[in-house]
Design a protein around this ligand. Structure first.
Ligand code: HEM
Length: 451
């Protein structure tokens, strides 16, 4: 039986656009409440779209019938314009070939080698953090976590090849480019002005300079006799099955650049929200410390300890349920499709609203409550596999999911043992859904060394 979906008419959707830009979560949550888990609308008042928080439909689109869907060009074309075709921005056969090539490098066993790098970065970060907190002032935690996550991914990629100056420059280049790309996507009517005023060219030159820097590192490494246990080495050594050849310099640049972009803001936001939630739940902090004492007995966690830190993992998982850093993704139907009577015509954009699935009361009772026990193994088994999708799903599942979990576990273990902390009172804490879900006004916290 065909199923008619509730629909937001085009004019209404167009009139809603400004509100949507100001408050996407409020807008979509309101529509989900009014229309249910799946409804039709016009994205930006123009493109026909279907928004869903139904785990089965999300699974259909991302996994079961993924071949009928491509990523929407709306989000990734601009990124590709500046940084080329890495895994996040490529499509079709080229994407599949690259994914097959790179996937083994992100396997858990390969990631073991990155534990030391992550630990060194966390130690160095904490040495500086100690100096920062000694001033006694509250810290803007989102900035600090951004710095930590950026350094983790930069060192995991290029280990010792970056000095402090390179690191700062690459960090600022990426931030400037990302901010410009967000403006291009959110305010497309400014694009002609960006072109005329020279702003577009200015950012293209910045991207070219960034590519030159990264390519120099790649070429230096190619010539070097030394072997490093990092992601660049993995990318350099991987070989296509059919030709036995490796990637050229341009491909190596594109994949590295995409790992930089995809691999830090998401983890940084997850860690920021985690500290905020922990500051509100001292009982959870006690349980984390108990687990760390039992499993580690005072030593630093090694790679083999991480699976034993099950409560720490649950805390991170519950944080990303409440605040999924990638709060939404979308796909475009390549041909007519149908799901349980719902017609999905060719060209329609399917918006899989991860934030909505994670907050659906029929999937997660008392959804706004922070309760890491929801991710207890037995309870999790009873859930639909697509009721929890912080890393997406199907063949385009985040390639860095284990990497991210590892870096967050290591940072949590090290910092929660070293510091006590509290939220600075009187702040408005509100999520802002841009490319990732971040605290709109930041999160100020005070940390001090534990006795
Ligand atoms: C908490 C941290 C992270 C979250 C929540 C996250 C989330 C996601 C999601 C939802 C997708 C799928 C997007 C879609 O299907 O449209 C994705 C893709 C991707 N992520 Fe992550 N990510 C995280 C960390 C990382 C890290 C650390 C890396 C790399 C070091 C990374 C690299 C990538 C790449 C390359 C893709 C594209 C994969 C493909 O299309 O084949 N991510 N991520």
């Amino acid at each position: 039986m065909p199923k008619l979906l509730p629909a937001i008419p085009r004019l209404r959707a167009l009139l809603n656009t400004r509100r949507f830009l100001r408050d996407p979560l409020g807008m979509i949550n309101g529509s989900v409440e009014k229309f249910g888990d799946t409804f039709k609308t016009y994205i930006g008042g123009l493109y026909p779209g279907i928004v869903t928080t139904n785990p089965a439909l999300i699974q259909h689109v991302l996994q079961k019938n993924n071949r009928n869907y491509c990523k929407s060009p709306m989000h990734f074309d601009k990124l590709a314009h500046f940084l080329g075709n890495g895994l996040l921005t490529s499509e079709g056969d080229y994407w599949l070939r690259q994914r097959r090539l790179i996937q083994p490098g992100f396997h858990r066993s390969r990631l073991a080698a990155l534990t030391n790098i992550m630990q060194d970065v966390t130690d160095a970060f904490m040495a500086q953090f100690d100096k920062d907190i000694a001033k006694g002032e509250p810290l803007e935690l989102s900035e600090k976590m951004m710095e930590l996550a950026f350094r983790v991914v930069a060192r995991a990629l290029f280990s010792a090849d970056l000095d402090e100056k390179d690191l700062q420059k690459i960090g600022s280049d990426i931030t400037v480019l990302q901010q410009f790309i967000i403006r291009q996507i959110r305010q497309p009517y400014l694009n002609p002005w960006f072109r005329l005023s020279g702003k577009l060219r200015q950012h293209e030159l910045l991207a070219e300079d960034f590519e030159r820097r990264v390519t120099e590192i790649i070429q230096r490494r190619r010539k070097s006799e030394e072997r490093h246990d990092d992601l660049l080495q993995m990318l350099l050594e991987s070989r296509y099955e059919d030709t036995g050849e490796g990637m050229n310099d341009r491909q190596l640049f594109e994949e590295s650049a995409i790992l930089f972009v995809a691999g830090h803001e998401t983890s940084a936001n997850a860690m920021t929200w985690m500290w905020y939630l922990l500051s509100q739940h001292p009982e959870v902090v006690v349980r984390i410390r108990q687990e760390l004492d039992e499993v580690l007995n005072g030593r630093k966690p090694g790679f083999e300890d991480l699976p034993k830190l099950s409560y720490c993992t649950q805390v991170i998982e519950e944080t990303m349920r409440l605040y999924p850093p990638a709060w939404v993704t979308d796909r475009v139907a390549l041909a007519d499709d149908e799901f349980e009577g719902i017609k999905i015509p060719k060209g329609v954009m399917l918006v899989t609203y991860f934030y909505g699935v994670h907050h659906a009361p029929d999937l997660w009772p008392d959804p706004e409550r922070f309760d890491p026990d929801r991710f207890d193994k037995e309870r999790r088994k009873q859930q639909h596999p697509y009721a929890y999708v912080p890393f997406g799903g199907g063949p385009r599942l985040c390639i860095g999911n284990s990497f991210a979990m590892m870096e967050m576990q290591l940072a949590l273990a090290a910092m929660i043992r070293a510091y006590d902390f509290e939220l600075t009172p009187g702040q408005v804490i509100e999520p802002q859904a841009l490319v990732t879900l971040r605290p709109k006004y930041g999160i100020k916290m005070r940390f001090w060394k534990r006795a």
